[in-house]
Design a protein. Structure first.
Lengths: 450, 943, 218
C-alpha cells in the first residue's frame, strides 16, 4: 500500500461537519435540474424496457434473435454481466471490512447499493429468458400436485438458489449498515413526515452502547456470511456453461475466471458511477483519488487474472488437440464474429494495462474512460462465450448465426434505465456515504494525527 | 474419398464480413413488427399478457366444463378412439400411387403407402404425404362460380343441357375437352363415350412436365449397371418409389458384394440420382448430349463415356441406359432398344390430340366450348402459346379445379373439384395396375369429380361418382360375383390382374421436340427442371412442401437460378444476388444460388414458382420460370444472358454450411475396400469410450430397448421422412422469415454434405432424427425434468412440463431439438379452423415456449404396446414402425428392439458398417448409422 | 424536541415484523390447501345434465353392466358414450313418454346428438387409455367411485398427477382380479398387497414402465 499522498479523507473534518456534508445532500440540497434530467432519462429508458417486455410476453421469446442453434442470447449475456457487476459491492463492503481496509468506508454504501440494483436487473433476465415465464416457479422446490421436484443436476436450479441467496444477504447487509445513518437522518430531518419515515426505517435506533455493540457484531457476522458468496455466486453462474458439453463452455477454468471477471467488471462499474457522482455532489474530500487509485489497482489485478483465463483457454484448446475445441477457438478469432472477440481482447486485456501508470490511476477522466471500456469489454466477453460457442458446435449442418433484434437491444438498454432510476432515487433519499463509519474514520484519523 | 474437405461457400463470398455483421446487428425495426397487430390490439394484448405473466396461466381459473357429444347412430365398424384405415390411390401426373389413409372418427389424418400397390410398396413420396394438407387447404374453391357470381351446380347443368342440344345438332363441332395426363379407366371410358356421342368434338391433353419419353418403365432390380444421362429416376415420378426400392435393394450394406449394382450419372444439375452415383459427370446440356451420343454411336470418346460403354457391354441384357426428357430422340431410341430386356411393356391409345393443336384450333376460331379438367394451362402453358390471351377467344369456357387459380380466372364457369380423398374414381400405376379410389370423407366444399362432370356432358343418367365408377367396373366384370370382386378390390387397394400391358396416353405436351444446336462460345445454357417439391406448380399452395428444404440447396419457400461455383466466380455473382435472365427475347428476374456439383456455364431454374392465384400460401413466391419457356425449347437451351441487377433477394435455407469440416459425420467407403477389411468403417472415425472409461455404471434395460438404424447406403435423400414426420406429429409450418432465422421445426432433417472439390463434389445425405442417447446431454441440464429417460431408453420430452430454458437444445450436440419461439400453432399457416381436422389426435399440439423433438413416434409405440398387452402377447419385431421408417422408399430407416438379438435393427447394428454419430462424446446414441458403400469402376478414376 | 415515537412504537414494530412473517406463511398455506380443495378440483360436485341420467337407477337398480353403454372401454382409449340408439333400445318401450326423456327422443328424431357435460375431464396433454387399465385389473370404482350410488354422476378423485402416480408407482395397492373390474361393490381384501403382487405377475402388469412420462404424455 503506497504512502498516502492522497488521504482517505481530506483533512479538516470533524464528526459534525461530516454528518452535515453527507446528510445535507439528501435533506437540505434542493432538487437540481441535473438530477431531474438524469432521472427523467433513466425513467424513459425503464419505460422502453417495459414496452419491450410487454411485447415479449405477448409474442414469445421469438421476438428476440434467439434460434436453433443459438438458443441463448442477450438475456443470458445480460444476466451474467449484471450479476458480475453486482460483485464489487459485497467485495468492498465485506472482504475489505474483514481486511480492515479503511479506504472502503466512503464507497462501500454506494457500492452495496449498486450491487443491489445490479442484482435486481440481473434477476429479471432469467425469468424473461424462459419460453413460459409464468411457470417459473417450477424451478423452486415446493410440494406440488404433480408429485415432481426440480431436476437437481441442472445448474439452472443451482442458479436460483445462488442468486436469491446473494440478493437476500446483500440486502440485509446493506440495511443493517444503514441503520445508524437512518437514525442520523431522522434526527436531522426538518419536517415531521420525513422524520417519521426515516424514524420508522431506523427501527428505533438510539445509538446506545448496547445498540452499537450488537450492531458491530451483526455487521461483522453479515460480512462473514457475505464473503463466501462473492466467490460462490459467479462460480455457480459459470457452471451454467462449464457443465454443458458445448465447445467453448465445457471448461474447468470457468469458476475462478468468472469470479475474477465479475470483480473486474464490478469495480469498473463502481468507478464509472463514483467518478461523476463525487463531482456532482462535491464529495471529492471523502471519495478521494486514493479510493479511485485503489479501485484501479484491484481492476488491474483482476484484469490480469481474466487475461490469464483467456490465455489458458487458448492454450487448453491447442493442448487438448480436440478438433471441435480448436475449431471453436479459431472460429472465435477469425469466424463471422471476429470483431467481438478482438474487441473484448482490446477492452479487457490491452486497456487495463494502462493502469500500471499512476498517472492514469489518479486521473479521474482517463479512469472513467478505462472503466467504461472494461464494462463494454466484459459484456462482449459474455456475448462471445454464449453466441460464438453455440453458433458452430458439433454438426456443421446445424450451424447458424445469431443477430440481436430491436427487442434484444431495447431490453438491454432498458435495463440501464432500471439501474439508473434506482440509483438516482438512492442518491436523493439515502446517505450515499456511510455517515457513522465516516465519523469513526475521522475520529481515528484525528487521534492518529495527535 | 480422401481429399481434404473444403471450407463452406460462405468463405468464397467476397462481401466484407464486418459490415455484414454490423448491419445484421442493427436490423430494420420493421423486421420484427408484425403487420397483423395494430396499436390498440397491441396494448390490449400487452395488458393481458402482463396479467397472464403475473398470475400464471395454469393457476388462475378453474378448469372450464367441457361437453361430450356421442353419436346418435354409431357406425358399427367404428370403435370410438381407434383409427380406421382405407385403401385408395393418389395420382401424380396421372399415374396412381396406392395409399392407406388413416381416419379418426371420420376425418382423414394421415396418408401411408399401400404395401399391396406396385407403385408404393408401402412407402410414400413427399406428395402423397402432403396430399392430406391439400384436402384441408382453406384456400380450396368452395362453390360453383359464373364469372364472379356464386351459383349452383344445377345452373351449370342447365347451361350444359342447352349446349348438348347444340352438340347433338352439330355432332359436337367446336367442343373441346382439355385434360391432364389420364390413366383412369373410367374417365378414359367416359371420354370415349363423349367422343362417340359427338364425333366432331376432340380431346386434348396437356401436362407441362409430361415426360416426352418416360412413359416406358424398367425393372431396375435386375440391372447390374445403370447409366443415367440426365434422367433423375430416383427423383419425383410415377415409379420413384419402385425404382428407389429396387435401387436400394441392390445397395443394401448387408448384401453380399456380388449383388451391388453400379450407377453412372451424367447430369447438368445435382439430383437425388446423381448424388447416389458411383461416378457422376457434371455436364452442361450440350456436353451431356454429346456424352450420350458418344455412347449411343459407340465411338470411344470422351474417355469416360468409353469406359461406361465397356461396362454396359459387359452387362448387356442386365444393364440400363436411362435418358432424360431434354435429350434428343435418337438417344431415346437407342436406349429403348438397349433396355428392351428389362422393359415393362405398354401400348398407347390414339384418340387424344395435343395441346398445340388446341391452340391452333382456338386461333382458327374453331373452338366454341372448352372444358378444362384440372391442370392449369393459363399458368404453365408454353409462354409463346399465349394461351391466356387466346383463351378469351373461346365463347364458352368451363373449368373444373381445386382452386380458383390462374385458369379459372379466365373461364366463365368454375366448378370446385372434389379432392381425390373426397370422391370415387380410379387410376392406373406405372405398370398398369388399377386402383379403385374410394372417398374418405364427404366433399368438404361440395366439390364435383371429373366423372360427374363428364356424366353431365354425356347426358348420363348415373350422376354420382360412386355409380359411375361402379358401373364401369361392373361392365368389365359381368360375372355374378362382382360384389366380391368389388369389395376385394376396394379392400386391397388394387384391382387384381390389371398389371401391364395396358394402354397409356402417348407423350403429351410440351409437344415440340427439343431442337439440337451447338452453343455459341462461352454462352451460358439454360435448363428447366420441375421444382423438386412443388413440381410444375400444382403443389404451390401446400405449406408443408413449401417449407420442406429442397435437396442440395436446402432452400425453402423460393426457387433460384442455380449456377456452379466456377461460373459464379467468373460472373462475379454471390448467393442471393438478383440477376435478369434473358433467354431468346424473354426475360425474368431471379436470385442466384451457387450450387456445388452444378455443371459450369449452365443455369438451372425450377418451374412452378411465381404463382399469382395459387392461394394465400403459394402466391407471389419465387419467380415464374415459365416466362422463359417456349414450346420450341421446353427444356431450355443455349444463349442465356445473365445481367446483374445489383438487387438482393434473401433466400431461406435450412443448412448454411455443407462441408463436414473433416469430421466423421458420414462414413463412406468402397465395396472393394470393405470387402478387403470390414474394419475400414471403424477406422474412419473415433470409437466410443469403453464402459470402463466412464465413472458411472452403464444402465441396464430389462424390458424393451428401442433403437433405430439408418442405412446411408439405402438413403436417396428424397426428404419423405421429414414430411411424413411432420404429418404424423402435428409439426407446425413457420414460414420463410422464421426459417431464415433458423427456426424450422422438422423433427427429422436430411443433412446434405458436399465432399471433395466444389466442381465435382461427392454428395452425401444423412437423415438426422433425435439420437435418443443413453447418456443424453439434454437430460441433465433441464431444471424441471421435462426431458428424462424412459425405462425403454427413450429420451422423453414432456411439453407440458417444459418451461422453455432451451438449455437442452444448447447441450444437444446433434441439434435435433426444436423450439416454439412464437405461437406457431396459431400462426397464419396453422390457425385456419378446418386444419383442426387434420391434427393427429394421438399427439399433443405444442404451445408457444416449449421445446419439442423426435419421440420415435411414441404414440405408435404406446398404441402397439397397449394392443399387445391387452392381448397378453409380446410385441412382434417390425410391429412398431415410426412415420419416417414407414414412408422411406429405400427402407433405409429400421426401428426395433435392440434387446432382441433377432430383431432387424439388432442385426443391422451388429454389422461392421454400423457406427455412432459423434461417438467420441460418449452419448451412446440409440440411433446409429450404417456407412455408405460405393461401387466405383476401378478402370475409371475420380469422379 | 418532542419524542418522535411513543413507547408503544416498539410493540407495533415487533408486531408488524412477526405479523408479516406469519401472514406470508399463512398465504402460502392457503394457496396450498385451496389448490387441493374439492371446490377447485370439482370433487363431489354433481354436474347438471340435459337428461338427469341416474347411474344409481340404471346400475344398482336395474343391474345394467357398465359395458352395455360404455362399449369400447375394453377395446379403446375412450370408454365410449352410448349413442342415442342405445338409450332408445329400452326407452322406446319403457318411459316412452316420460317428459325428462324428451331430449333423447328429439335426438333420435332430428339426428342431433345429446350433449353431456364431462365429469371426468383430463388435460388434453394426458393420454389416458381405458382399455389397458380395465384389462390389467383396475376397477371402474377405483377412479370413478361408487357410480352405482350416484343419482347424478360426480367426480370422487381430484385426478391430479400426484394421485395418478400414487397408483402407477405402487399398483399392487389397487389391482383386482380382472373378473372383479366391473364389480362396483368390490371390497379390498385384507391381503391386498400380497394379492396385488401376485396379480402383477398373473395379469402381466409391466410395472417398470408405469411411471415413464411417455406412459401418459406424448
Amino acid at each position: 500500500m503506497n504512502t498516502p499522498e492522497h488521504p482517505v479523507v481530506a483533512p479538516g473534518y470533524d464528526s459534525e461537519s461530516v454528518t452535515k456534508k453527507i446528510a445535507d445532500v439528501v435533506l437540505i440540497r434542493p432538487v437540481t435540474r441535473g438530477w431531474l434530467a438524469g432521472l427523467a432519462v433513466a425513467f424513459a429508458l425503464l419505460m422502453m424496457m417495459n414496452f419491450a417486455i410487454g411485447w415479449l410476453l405477448m409474442r414469445g421469446v421469438g421476438v428476440w434473435g434467439v434460434n436453433i442453434p443459438v438458443a441463448w442470447g442477450f438475456a443470458i449475456v445480460n444476466f451474467v454481466w449484471w450479476i458480475g457487476i453486482g460483485h464489487a459491492g459485497t467485495f468492498i463492503s465485506a472482504i475489505l471490512l474483514l481486511l480492515h481496509q479503511d479506504w472502503r468506508t466512503s464507497i462501500n454504501r454506494f457500492a452495496e447499493a449498486m450491487t443491489l440494483f445490479a442484482v435486481a436487473c440481473a434477476g429479471m433476465f432469467p425469468l424473461l429468458h424462459l419460453g413460459r415465464p409464468w411457470v417459473f416457479y417450477w424451478l423452486l422446490p415446493y410440494p406440488d400436485t404433480m408429485g415432481l421436484w426440480p431436476q437437481w443436476r441442472s445448474p439452472l436450479v443451482w442458479d436460483v438458489f445462488a442468486v436469491s441467496t446473494y440478493l437476500i444477504v446483500s440486502l440485509t447487509f446493506w440495511y443493517i449498515g444503514l441503520l445508524p445513518d437512518l437514525a442520523a437522518m431522522r434526527d436531522r430531518a426538518l419536517r415531521k413526515p420525513v422524520q417519521l419515515i426515516y424514524g420508522i426505517m431506523a427501527l428505533g435506533w438510539r445509538g446506545s452502547a448496547r445498540h452499537w455493540k450488537r450492531f458491530e457484531m451483526a455487521y461483522l457476522l453479515m460480512a462473514g456470511l457475505a464473503t463466501p458468496l462473492v466467490l460462490s455466486v459467479h462460480s455457480v453462474v459459470s457452471l451454467d456453461f462449464a457443465v454443458a458439453i458445448v465447445p467453448g463452455w465445457h471448461s474447468t477454468i470457468f469458476p475462478p475466471y468468472f469470479v475474477a471477471g465479475a470483480i473486474f467488471s464490478g469495480f469498473a462499474m463502481v468507478l464509472t458511477l463514483v467518478i461523476p457522482v463525487r463531482k456532482a455532489y462535491g464529495l471529492q474530500d471523502f471519495i478521494t483519488l486514493r479510493h479511485l487509485e485503489n479501485c484501479a489497482k484491484i481492476m488491474l489485478a483482476t484484469g490480469l487474472m481474466v487475461a490469464h483465463g483467456y490465455i489458458t483457454e487458448l492454450f487448453m484448446s491447442w493442448y487438448s488437440d480436440d478438433q471441435f475445441d480448436i475449431y471453436m477457438t479459431l472460429n472465435r478469432m477469425f469466424g463471422p464474429y471476429w470483431p467481438a472477440w478482438w474487441l473484448l481482447m482490446f477492452c479487457n486485456i490491452l486497456v487495463p494495462q494502462t493502469l500500471w501508470f499512476q498517472k492514469v490511476r489518479t486521473s479521474p477522466l482517463i479512469l472513467f474512460v478505462v472503466a467504461l471500456l472494461v464494462n463494454v469489454g466484459m459484456w462482449t466477453e459474455r456475448y462471445v462465450i454464449v453466441v460464438t460457442s453455440l453458433h458452430r458446435d458439433y454438426m456443421p449442418s446445424a450451424w447458424g448465426m445469431f443477430h440481436g433484434t430491436r427487442w434484444d437491444w431495447m431490453t438491454l438498454i432498458g435495463s440501464f434505465g432500471l439501474f439508473l432510476s434506482l440509483l438516482f432515487l438512492f442518491l436523493r433519499l439515502l446517505p450515499a456515504i456511510s455517515i457513522s463509519e465516516m465519523r469513526k474514520l475521522v475520529r481515528e484519523k484525528a487521534e492518529a494525527n495527535k | 474419398m480422401n481429399q481434404q474437405p473444403w471450407r463452406s461457400l460462405d468463405e468464397f463470398a467476397d462481401t466484407p464480413e464486418f459490415r455484414e455483421w454490423l448491419h445484421r446487428e442493427f436490423p430494420p425495426f420493421a423486421s420484427e413488427w408484425p403487420n397483423d397487430v395494430n396499436r390498440r390490439h397491441f396494448l390490449k394484448l400487452m395488458g393481458a399478457s402482463f396479467a397472464l405473466a403475473g398470475l400464471g396461466l395454469s393457476g388462475c381459473t378453474r378448469q372450464p366444463l367441457e361437453k361430450i357429444v356421442p353419436y346418435v347412430k354409431q357406425p358399427e365398424e367404428l370403435v370410438p378412439g381407434n383409427a380406421l384405415y382405407f385403401a385408395t390411390a393418389l395420382t401424380l401426373g396421372g399415374y396412381a400411387r396406392g395409399v392407406l389413409v388413416e381416419s379418426h372418427e371420420g376425418r382423414p389424418t394421415k396418408i401411408e403407402g399401400n404395401p399391396e400397390h406396385p407403385a408404393s410398396l408401402g412407402a410414400s413420396d413427399v406428395f402423397m404425404q402432403a396430399e392430406i394438407l391439400n384436402l384441408y387447404d382453406p384456400d380450396r374453391s368452395k362453390s360453383v362460380l359464373h364469372g364472379n357470381e356464386v351459383t349452383t351446380w344445377d345452373d351449370l347443368l342447365a347451361v350444359v343441357a342447352a349446349e348438348r342440344a347444340k352438340w347433338t345438332a352439330n355432332a359436337g363441332t367446336g367442343l373441346r375437352l382439355l385434360t391432364g395426363y389420364v390413366t383412369s379407366p373410367t374417365l378414359l371410358d367416359q371420354i370415349a363415350a363423349l367422343l362417340k356421342q359427338f364425333p366432331a368434338a376432340t380431346w386434348h391433353a396437356h401436362e407441362p412436365l409430361a415426360p416426352l419419353h418416360a412413359t416406358t418403365f424398367y425393372d431396375l432390380a435386375k440391372a447390374d449397371v445403370i447409366v443415367s444421362i440426365g434422367n433423375d429416376f430416383l427423383g419425383p415420378g410415377p415409379a420413384q418409389l419402385k425404382y428407389t426400392r429396387d435401387f436400394a435393394s441392390r445397395r443394401r450394406a448387408t448384401n453380399e458384394a456380388a449383388n451391388f449394382n453400379r450407377l453412372y450419372v451424367a447430369e447438368s444439375t445435382p439430383t437425388n440420382t446423381g448424388a447416389r452415383a458411383d461416378h457422376r459427370f457434371a455436364l452442361a446440356p450440350q456436353a451431356l448430349r454429346d456424352f450420350g451420343l458418344a455412347i449411343a454411336k459407340g465411338n470411344a470418346h470422351p474417355k469416360s463415356s468409353a469406359t461406361v460403354l465397356d461396362d454396359l457391354r459387359k452387362h448387356a441384357g442386365k444393364s440400363l441406359i436411362l435418358v432424360g426428357d431434354s435429350l434428343p430422340d435418337e438417344l431415346h431410341q437407342f436406349a429403348r432398344a438397349w433396355n428392351q430386356p428389362l422393359q415393362i411393356a405398354q401400348t398407347t391409345v390414339s384418340n387424344v390430340k395435343s395441346f398445340a393443336e388446341l391452340i391452333r384450333d382456338i386461333e382458327g376460331g374453331k373452338v366454341e366450348t372448352l372444358i378444362i379438367l384440372d391442370g392449369n394451362p393459363a399458368y404453365d402453358a408454353p409462354t409463346d402459346f399465349e394461351f391466356a390471351k387466346k383463351l378469351a377467344g373461346v365463347p364458352l369456357r368451363i373449368r373444373l379445379g381445386l382452386h380458383e387459380d390462374e385458369t379459372s380466372a379466365l373461364c366463365q364457369w368454375h366448378i370446385p373439384a372434389a379432392h381425390p380423398l373426397e370422391t370415387w374414381s380410379d387410376a392406373r400405376a406405372f405398370d398398369g395396375t388399377a386402383t379403385i379410389m374410394q372417398p374418405l370423407i364427404e366433399p368438404l366444399y361440395d366439390g364435383k369429380s371429373v366423372h360427374e362432370l363428364l356424366a353431365a356432358l354425356t347426358g348420363n343418367v348415373l350422376t354420382s361418382g360412386y355409380e359411375i365408377v361402379r358401373r364401369f367396373w361392373q361392365v368389365q366384370h359381368p360375372d355374378d360375383d362382382f360384389e366380391k370382386f368389388w369389395r376385394r378390390s376396394l379392400h386391397d387397394g388394387v384391382v387384381a390382374e390389371t398389371a401391364n400391358p395396358f394402354q397409356v396416353l402417348p407423350a403429351v405436351s410440351p409437344n415440340a421436340k427439343p431442337e439440337v444446336e451447338k452453343p455459341a462460345n462461352g454462352a451460358v445454357e439454360l435448363l428447366f427442371l420441375a421444382d423438386p417439391h412443388i413440381q410444375d406448380g400444382r403443389f404451390a399452395n401446400n405449406a408443408w412442401l413449401q417449407e420442406l428444404p429442397k435437396p442440395f440447396t436446402k432452400l425453402t419457400w423460393d426457387n433460384a437460378a442455380l449456377i456452379s461455383p466456377a461460373t459464379a466466380r467468373r460472373l462475379n455473382l454471390a448467393n442471393e444476388d438478383v440477376v435478369e435472365l434473358k433467354f431468346r427475347g424473354r426475360s425474368v428476374r431471379a436470385p442466384i444460388w451457387i450450387l456445388p456439383g452444378q455443371a459450369d456455364d449452365c443455369v438451372t431454374v425450377h418451374l412452378g414458382y411465381g404463382r399469382t392465384k395459387a392461394g394465400n400460401v403459394g402466391n407471389n413466391l419465387g419467380f415464374n420460370a415459365y416466362a422463359l419457356r417456349t414450346a420450341a425449347a421446353p427444356w431450355g437451351g443455349s444463349g442465356l444472358e445473365i445481367v446483374k441487377t445489383g438487387e438482393h433477394h434473401p433466400l431461406a435455407t435450412t443448412q448454411q454450411h455443407q462441408s463436414m469440416e473433416g469430421r466423421d459425420l458420414i462414413r463412406v467407403s468402397t465395396l472393394a475396400e470393405f470387402a478387403k477389411s470390414p474394419e475400414v468403417i471403424a477406422h474412419l472415425g473415433e470409437a466410443p469410450p469403453t464402459a470402463s472409461e466412464s465413472l458411472y455404471p452403464t444402465v441396464k434395460y430389462s424390458g424393451h430397448a428401442w433403437g433405430m438404424a439408418i442405412d446411408l447406403g439405402a438413403c436417396v435423400g428424397c426428404n419423405v421422412c421429414s414430411i411424413a414426420c411432420q404429418a404424423e406429429n402435428n409439426i407446425p409450418v413457420v414460414g420463410k422469415e422464421e426459417v431464415a432465422r433458423g427456426r424450422e421445426m422438422h423433427w427429422i432433417r436430411v443433412d446434405n454434405y458436399f465432399h471433395g472439390s466444389p466442381e465435382t463434389p461427392r454428395i452425401h445425405f444423412q437423415p438426422v432424427p433425435c439420437m435418443h442417447c443413453e447418456n443424453a446431454p439434454c437430460e441433465l441440464v433441464c431444471p424441471v425434468a421435462a426431458t428424462v429417460h424412459s425405462s425403454e431408453g427413450l429420451n422423453q420430452m414432456i411439453y407440458n412440463r417444459c418451461v422453455g430454458t432451451r438449455y437442452c437444445s444448447n447441450n444437444c450436440p446433434y441439434k435435433v431439438r426444436r423450439f416454439n419461439f412464437l405461437e406457431y400453432d396459431r400462426n397464419k399457416f396453422e390457425n385456419a379452423p378446418v386444419l383442426k381436422l387434420l391434427r393427429n389426435p394421438d399427439v399433443t399440439v405444442r404451445t408457444r415456449g416449449v421445446m419439442e423433438k423426435c419421440t420415435y413416434c411414441v404414440q405408435r409405440i404406446n398404441r402397439t404396446r397397449i394392443d399387445a398387452e391387452n392381448q397378453n402377447r409380446s410385441i412382434r419385431d417390425g410391429e412398431i414402425v415410426p412415420a419416417c421408417a414407414q414412408a422411406c422408399p429405400g427402407q433405409a430407416i429400421v426401428f426395433g428392439d435392440i434387446n432382441d438379438p433377432q430383431s432387424r435393427v439388432s442385426r443391422l447394428k451388429a454389422s461392421p458398417l454400423n457406427y455412432d454419430l459423434l461417438a467420441e462424446l460418449n452419448t451412446r446414441p440409440r440411433t446409429t448409422y450404417l456407412a455408405k458403400l460405393q461401387n466405383p469402376n476401378p478402370e475409371l478414376k475420380e469422379p | 424536541m418532542a419524542q418522535l415515537f411513543q413507547r408503544r412504537a416498539n410493540g407495533i414494530a415487533n408486531a408488524v415484523i412477526i405479523g408479516g412473517v406469519l401472514l406470508f406463511a399463512g398465504l402460502c398455506g392457503d394457496i396450498f390447501t385451496f389448490g387441493r380443495s374439492d371446490y377447485w378440483t370439482r370433487v363431489d360436485e354433481p354436474q347438471a345434465q340435459t337428461v338427469p341420467f341416474s347411474h344409481q337407477h340404471h346400475v344398482a337398480g336395474l343391474g345394467i353392466d357398465c359395458r352395455y353403454c360404455h362399449t369400447s372401454v375394453e377395446k379403446s382409449a375412450f370408454a365410449g358414450m352410448p349413442p342415442t340408439e342405445t338409450c332408445m333400445t329400452c326407452h322406446s318401450q319403457v318411459w316412452k313418454d316420460a317428459p325428462v326423456l324428451q331430449p333423447v327422443r328429439d335426438s333420435l328424431q332430428n339426428g342431433t346428438p345429446l350433449r353431456w357435460t364431462r365429469v371426468h375431464d383430463l388435460p388434453d396433454y394426458v393420454y389416458f387409455n381405458h382399455s389397458i387399465h380395465v384389462n390389467k385389473g383396475i376397477g371402474c370404482a377405483s377412479c370413478h367411485g361408487r357410480v352405482d350410488q350416484m343419482p347424478l354422476t360426480e367426480k370422487v378423485q381430484p385426478l391430479y398427477m400426484r394421485w395418478c402416480l400414487d397408483c402407477h408407482r405402487a399398483p399392487e395397492h389397487h389391482l383386482r382380479p380382472t373378473s372383479e373390474v366391473f364389480n362396483m361393490g368390490y371390497e379390498t381384501p385384507t391381503n391386498q398387497i400380497a394379492l396385488g403382487h401376485a396379480l402383477i405377475n398373473q395379469q402381466h402388469v409391466a410395472v417398470e414402465g408405469l411411471s415413464d412420462c411417455y406412459t401418459c404424455h406424448r
